[in-house]
Design a protein. Sequence first.
Length: 117
Amino acid sequence: MALSPADLLQTVAEPTRLRILNCLAAAPLFVSDLQVILDLPQPTVSRHLGVLRQQGLVRDTPVAKFVLYRLQRADGNAGKLLAEIIETIGKEPEYRPERESAMARSRTHTSHRLAAV
């Protein structure tokens, strides 16, 4: 079942989930990366990732003992709406530093973690 625009808006209306989507728009990240970037405890990040995964907005890929999360684009009108939301928040000064941190952390931290596997 495709996500309706109303369900999408309800899901991303929660500020932490919007911040997570903003970071994942920059790069795939591990929970620990999101914890550092967003300055949030692991249970909070994991709980919101669970909601986003359940709604089909993110997907997870096991990598050894870690789980890598990435954005999963939705289909149809909800997909277009999500793309517009992500593009818009990426331009907002309040969200830009987290997106830039996500890109930088993904480049350095992810390669080190994958090399250790």
